[in-house]
Structures are given as C-alpha cells and as structure tokens.
Design a protein around this ligand. Structure first.
Ligand code: HEC
Length: 290
C-alpha cells in the first residue's frame, strides 16, 4: 500500500466523518431555529384570536345580547368569532388550523381529539403551564401543534356556561342543555390549539444541509488536490529518485548520478546525507579493492 494511498484513505475518512457531522449538526440547528420561528407565528395568531375574543366580548356582545333572548346569534360568542375570523385567515394559509377544544364543549365540533384531551388534562393538572408544543405526524405531513390553556377568568362567561337555566333560552334551544355548562371561575375548561406545517422548517434545514455538504465537499476537494500535488512533489518523487539511486548503489553500481533534492526541508537533508554516505561507501569499497 503506497504512501499516497494511505494518506488519501485517511483524508477521505476525515472528509466523510467531518461532512456527516457538520451536516447532521446544521440540520438540527437550522430545524430548531425554524421551529422557534413557527412558534412565534403561532403565538401571533393566538394573540390575534384573543384580540378577536375580547373585541367580541366588549364591543359586539353588549350591542346584541338583548336580542339573544329571542334569536340566539352565535356571532356574539367570543369563541365563534375567533373561529370565524381564523377561517378567513385560513383562506390565505390553508395549512394552518385553529381550534378551541373543550372537554365538554357547547359545540360538538369543539370536542377534543385524544391528543388534544391529553394536552387539556396537562393544563388542568398544572395551572402554571402556559403553553405546550408537540410535533404531530399526519397523513398530510408533520405539523407543529401548540396549545394554550383556556381558563374562565371573567364572570361574564358564566352567563352562558354555568347552568342551562342561567343561559339565554334561545342559546339552549340552539345548542341543547347538555354540554358547555357547569364551568367554574378559574377552571381551565379547554385549550386553544393552533397547528402549523413543519414543512417550512424541514425544507430550510434540508437546503442549509445541502449547501453545507456541497461547500465542505468543495473545500475537501481543494485540500485533496493541493495536498496530493505537494505530497508528490515534496515527498514521493524525491524519495522514489533516492530509492532508485540507493538500489543501484547497493548493487555496486557507483556510476549512477547523485541526486540532491533542492530546498532545505527534511527530504533535502536526507538526500544530502545519503550522497555523503554513498561517497564514504564508495571510498571504503575502493580501499578494499586496493
Ligand atoms: C352569550 C353566551 C356566551 C358567553 C357570554 C360566552 N360563551 Fe363561550 N360559547 C357560547 C356558545 C354558544 C359556544 C359555541 C359556539 C360555536 O358554535 O362555536 C361557546 C363556545 C365556547 C368555547 C369553545 C368550546 C365549546 O364549548 O364549544 C369556549 C372555550 C368558550 N366558549 C369559552 C368562553 C369564555 C372563556 C367566555 C368568557 C370570556 C365565554 N365562553 C362566554 C356561548 C357563550
């Protein structure tokens, strides 16, 4: 196995390990930071939903709540307003979704999935939790789902969610008396659940990984070409020449021309020492011959 071969094997191994580790690390890092960005946009959407809720409660509900006794208008309901506004947002961002899931919801569409129920249970068990994030694998791809607790803080909520008797009769007619009641002040009854596609994070991590791999491969190729050129010029070619001369001298052929590698490096001084040794040997041999 020649020196060049051994050197190139080591270089190739270092290149594969280096590129693999760098690509893996960058993939993780870029994906993590893209996930942070997705979480930020989810928090923005949540803030928007909360704003719609509070606007409905303070500006719309007082205007129409009297009519609710005759004909219940879901448009006056905070949750309905937040969901409807989000439906408009979804026209521009169809992969995003918003849900106000409750353990015992007024509207059956708000029933939690097993995963959502688990998140609500975690909020109920630990009131200090402000947010829970999880990545969900669905048929249509991977999604980042972030949940925020929905807690009853205002007395006004109980007007419709305490008992069917206290609620506007028209609302009970529309939604029935069995669900969405019995909620208490301070109780976490559900969660706002917002999902966004992870494809943005995955795509960005993949693109950065590819750029890094191509860049590092280019650098390694340059190192490969330059070091191989240097190895040939500085070490291999002179060593080969010296070994040819040594071979002939060892067979008693002193007619072969001396080789002195130009320069001041180790191989040059080896060639000088070798020539000196060869001359001493030649002299010794001629003394024996006499
Ligand atoms: C005027 C009556 C009314 C008031 C006041 C009201 N809600 Fe509701 N709430 C409803 C109705 C009706 C629904 C079902 C709306 C729909 O069709 O999506 C609902 C839905 C919800 C939901 C979604 C889960 C479910 O039950 O379907 C949550 C969470 C919720 N309300 C919380 C609150 C909170 C918190 C307040 C106080 C800030 C509040 N509600 C005030 C009537 C009311």
């Amino acid at each position: 196995m020649g020196l060049r071969f051994k050197y190139n094997i080591v270089l190739l191994l270092a290149c594969i390990i280096g590129i693999g580790a760098a690509a893996g690390l960058s993939y993780r890092f870029v994906q993590d930071s893209a996930v942070d960005e997705i979480e930020d946009s989810i928090r923005l959407l949540r803030a928007n939903a909360l704003a719609v809720r509070s606007y409905t409660l303070t500006n719309i509900d007082p205007l129409l709540s009297d009519d609710n006794d005759i004909l219940f208008l879901p448009e006056t309901v905070t949750s309905f307003a937040a969901r409807s506004v989000f439906a408009n947002v979804q026209e521009h961002f169809p992969e995003f979704s918003y849900k106000e899931a409750a353990l015992d919801p007024t509207n059956p569409a708000d029933l939690p999935t097993p995963l959502e129920k688990d998140l609500i249970d975690q909020f109920r068990a630990d009131p200090s939790l402000e947010q829970l994030s999880t990545v969900v694998d669905r048929e249509d791809g991977r999604f980042l789902t972030v949940a925020f607790p929905l807690t009853i803080y205002q007395e006004g909520c109980l007007r419709c969610h305490s008992t069917p008797e206290a609620a506007p009769p028209a609302m009970v007619d529309l939604y029935g008396p069995d669900h969405g009641f019995g909620w208490e002040l301070g109780e976490t009854v559900g969660a706002q659940i917002i999902s966004a596609p992870m494809s943005i994070a995955d795509k960005r991590a993949l693109e950065t990984g590819i750029i890094l791999i191509v860049g590092l491969a280019g650098v390694f190729l340059l190192v490969f070409v330059l070091t191989n050129l240097m190895l040939g010029r500085i070490v291999l070619r002179p060593v080969r020449r010296m070994s040819e001369v040594a071979e002939k001298v060892s067979m008693g052929d002193f007619s072969v021309e001396e080789y002195k590698k130009p320069g001041r490096d180790e191989i040059s001084s080896l060639s000088v020492s070798f020539n000196r040794m060869r001359r001493s040997l030649e002299r010794a041999m001629s003394m024996i011959d006499v």
